[in-house]
Design a binder for this molecule. Structure first.
Ligand SMILES: [Zn+2]
Length: 211
């Protein structure tokens, strides 16, 4: 697996470049800003971006999409249930005092069970609402990694006080979609350090009642 991580945008979103180390085709997950730096990284790695994937449509995760899409020509994948959030990004940005540039239309609205590919590298889409209505997690069983956006973070869970958020749904998503993955699965979040499913089951105070 080809793997690179960088922090981007005003709220230090973890942007991941992942893919097939043989064909050097990659997916970029959550380009939340610094599109030029992401594109430079892509060029330095000598990889080709075959998809841009959004874990959820909060403004801090989308700011680099338009420019990166223009630079790479890669199609964009967004959770189907996130359509409302995605299409009302300008209003969302205003609430936070941030001018969000117009966003391109996604080529693919994805659902639970869909598979997003880069070469022979696959990300399986898991629907994980709660932090936002159409949040998705992206699981690669072969390498035991899952990209969870802001659903679950080391020692904590995503906020649910934004529009369309639900604590009940978030905890259900974590319990039924993430905590059912193997304990050794490495969890890469939208913010903060890496963790594992087993570690969170043992240590995360917000999900203790669910293990
Ligand atoms: Zn978020």
């Amino acid at each position: 697996m080809l793997f690179q991580m960088m922090q981007v945008g005003p709220l230090a979103v973890n942007c991941y470049i992942v893919g097939d180390d043989k064909t050097r085709e990659v997916l970029v997950i959550d380009p939340g800003g610094h599109a030029r730096q992401i594109h430079e990284m892509v060029q330095n790695l000598r990889v080709r971006v075959t998809g841009i994937v959004l874990t959820h449509a909060h403004f801090d995760h989308v700011l680099g999409i338009e420019a990166l899409k223009r630079a790479t020509g890669a199609p964009l994948y967004v959770g189907a249930d996130e359509k409302f959030m995605y299409e009302h990004m300008t209003e969302q940005g205003k609430t936070f005092g941030i001018a969000v540039p117009p966003l391109p239309d996604p080529e693919h609205w994805v659902n639970e069970g869909d598979v997003i590919r880069a070469g022979n590298f696959e990300l399986q889409v898991l629907s994980a609402p709660g932090h936002s209505p159409g949040s998705i997690a992206l699981y690669n069983a072969e390498n035991g990694v899952v990209f969870v956006g802001d659903v679950l973070m080391r020692g904590t869970i995503g906020r649910t006080d934004f529009e369309g958020g639900s604590m009940e749904e978030l905890l259900r998503s974590i319990r039924t979609k993430l905590y059912t993955l193997p304990d050794a699965t490495q969890v890469y979040s939208g913010h903060g350090p890496m963790t594992t499913i087993g570690e969170e089951k043992r240590m995360n105070p917000f999900t203790q009642n669910y293990v």
